[in-house]
Design a protein around this ligand. Structure first.
Ligand code: IMP
Ligand code: MG
Length: 188
């Protein structure tokens, strides 16, 4: 590790929005809720790379029923802060999901445009059910009508980093959700 660098320290990171223990408690609650809701079904968690990687890793271990995981990677043609809703699939699922109970796992729903595309794309594969679980949602930014069944936390319209979320690909390794350091402009 770089000398003096503490990914969870104060250096280089803004205010803590959601502390690590609050994230952990909420992820456990969501895991318990999912375990009850999906008992006896054929659950497959679809993680959206790269942001959902940290949340998914913790969430799946909070789920006490059998489940599988698969991943998709998508890129928006818009800028990093304002997604256009025009989405390109960089990595598709490895396995078919027809007839299965698909749960999309996202780190954040901002405008909802990325999710709206994913829902349409996955619905076309005719899963038995299709729901969304996101750690964070910014209700004030929502521009698409996306049904999100499970939300960890609703947050204000502010750019956040950590627990999988990046700014210029950095800060994903923070164990909590934070704002950007003072003086750093959010992406356009
Ligand atoms: P959408 O606007 O809901 O389509 O979100 C598109 C993507 O933008 C999300 O999946 C995140 O990768 C990214 N994003 C949106 N808001 C934030 C944020 O506050 N911090 C980091 N990434 C964000
Ligand atoms: Mg990003």
């Amino acid at each position: 590790m770089e000398e003096g660098f503490n990914p969870n320290g104060r250096n280089g990171v803004g205010e803590t929005l959601i502390a690590a223990d609050r994230v952990r408690d909420r992820v456990r609650e969501l895991g318990a809720e999912l375990s009850a809701d999906y008992a006896g079904r054929d659950l497959i968690l679809v993680g959206v790379l790269r942001g959902a990687s940290v949340f998914l890793a913790d969430l799946m271990r909070a789920i006490s029923i059998p489940c599988e995981v698969d991943f998709m990677a998508v890129s928006s043609y818009g800028s990093s802060a304002d997604s256009s809703g025009v989405v390109r699939i960089l990595k598709d699922l490895d396995d078919p999901v027809t007839g299965r109970d698909v749960l999309i796992v996202e780190a954040i729903v901002d405008s909802g445009l990325t999710l709206s595309y994913l829902l349409r794309n996955l619905a076309a594969r005719e899963p038995a059910s299709l729901e969304v679980c996101t750690l964070l949602a910014k209700p004030d930014r929502l521009r698409a009508d996306v049904p999100v069944r499970y939300t960890g936390f609703e947050i204000p319209d502010e750019f956040v980093i950590g627990y999988g979320l990046d700014y210029a690909q950095k800060y994903r390794n923070l164990d909590h959700v934070a704002t950007l350091p003072e003086g750093v402009a959010p992406p356009l």
